[in-house]
Design a protein around this ligand. Structure first.
Ligand code: PLP
Length: 408
């Protein structure tokens, strides 16, 4: 086994799974209880209330003991029928995987997007969605599926603009949004933005280990699920939503992760730290600091549009041409020498970029540590840097204190 670093904490700077705060680890270490006993109902009500506040919804949120991929399948199979047309948008690797799943489920996805690797540097173009829906005069398209925070690139998308595009086209398609890595870090409003199903997972902004995932519903989505014909049994919302009213689940839920979820909701919603708005502000500020570092290095940020920079992670592109160094070689040096894991480039951008996560159990100094590891690793790998990113990030964090309400 690789055991270069017997002491100190590993820097888990990938964009999920994110580092889990000690408070959550302690909460999860409580004894597993009877999932049909009286205590469990209290826990069930508590997590369902908390997670509704995180999604900013008054409607049911279904919790699955599954990774995010399971919750993707749940969303599609609850509201769609075999052969249904769905409009998906290629923002990156995860949008592509969701598209692949739609094909495997027997749906007919149409994949909009800008061409080539350059297309992966921008968010969803709502105008392209509007134009396509307007052309669909027979209303064959049953759902529009977009990724809120594309984890493979560090690009977000304007979900409200997509909602408005669907409305402007006067099209009845459902809006399905993957906010697996956006929720609880990047601003997200399920009800206000008119989303029909939001999919999320535990191991990103919620700061939990992998293992549970979510579908937040709308009344329109619940109605659609009554007549949708794709096979569904374990994923079916109806029995779960019904039994959740009593604080229980129709199967054995993931008790210890639910302890963790209850604790995470308390932390993320804590009024003394600014509530959800405070959470979003912390991530925006960390994103700014990390991008200041990348710019000072003279490297390019994968996201080409500042309006949709991700507050969750930053994609760092390697220089092209003769100076080009494989991004995975840099990651390997940083891992082996400095005990820091960074996200690899996925799909079309493999080897061309790496990703720095700013989510989970994170603060200014953990980020400074990660950036120091990056800077040392980039230099060792022979990447020519224009200047010190570490200095630029220190200058940014030093001169931009977190709002008082956010300080502990
Ligand atoms: N969608 C996005 C945006 C993701 O970031 C991920 C995982 O990183 C997934 C879907 C897949 O989720 P999981 O790996 O939990 O199945």
């Amino acid at each position: 086994t690789l055991d270069f670093h017997p002491t100190g904490r590993h820097f888990l700077q990938i964009p999920g799974p994110s580092p889990v705060p000690d408070r959550i680890l302690r909460a999860m270490s409580l004894p597993t209880i009877d999932h049909r006993g009286p205590e469990f109902g209290v826990l069930g009500h508590r997590v369902l209330k908390g997670i509704g506040q995180i999604f900013q919804t008054k409607h049911p949120v279904v919790i699955y003991p599954a990774s995010g991929t399971g919750a993707w399948e749940a969303a599609l199979s609850n509201v769609l029928s075999p052969g249904d047309s769905v409009l998906m948008y290629e923002t990156g690797h995860f949008a592509s995987l969701w598209n692949k799943m739609a094909v495997r489920l027997g749906l007919k996805p149409e994949f909009l997007g800008l061409p080539g690797a350059e297309g992966w540097r921008h968010g969803v173009r709502a105008d392209m969605i509007e134009e396509r829906l307007k052309a669909d005069t027979q209303h064959a398209i049953k759902a529009v599926c977009v990724v809120h925070n594309e984890t493979s690139t560090g690009v977000t998308s304007n979900i409200l603009a997509v909602r408005k595009a669907i409305d402007a086209a006067k099209h009845p398609a459902l809006l399905l949004v993957d906010s697996i890595s956006g929720l609880a870090s990047a601003e997200y409003r399920h009800d206000e933005w008119g989303v029909d199903v939001t999919i999320s997972g535990s191991q990103k902004g919620l700061m939990l280990p992998p293992g549970i995932s979510f579908n937040a519903l709308s009344p329109k989505a619940m109605e659609a699920s009554k007549s949708a014909k794709l096979p569904k049994a374990f994923w079916a919302w109806d029995e779960i939503v019904e039994m959740n009213k009593t604080g229980y689940w129709p199967y054995t839920p993931n008790t210890n992760l639910l302890y963790g979820l209850a604790e995470a909701c308390d932390m993320l919603l804590a009024p003394e730290h600014g509530g959800l708005e405070g959470t979003f502000a912390r991530h925006r500020r960390w994103g700014e600091g990390v991008r200041a570092a990348v710019k000072a290095w003279g490297l390019q940020i994968q996201c080409a549009d500042p309006a949709v920079y991700s507050p969750v992670l930053t994609g760092v592109m390697m220089p092209d041409g003769v100076d080009g160094v494989d991004a995975d070689a840099v990651r390997r040096i940083i891992y082996e020498r400095f005990d820091c894991s960074l996200g690899t480039g996925l799909g079309k951008v493999k080897g061309r970029m790496f990703r720095i996560g700013h989510l989970g159990d994170c603060n200014d100094l953990t980020l400074m540590g990660a950036l120091a590891g990056c800077e040392m690793g980039l230099k060792i790998a022979g990447v020519k840097l224009a200047g010190s990113g570490v200095q630029a990030a220190m200058d940014y964090f030093g001169s931009h204190p977190a709002p008082v309400a956010l300080q502990k």
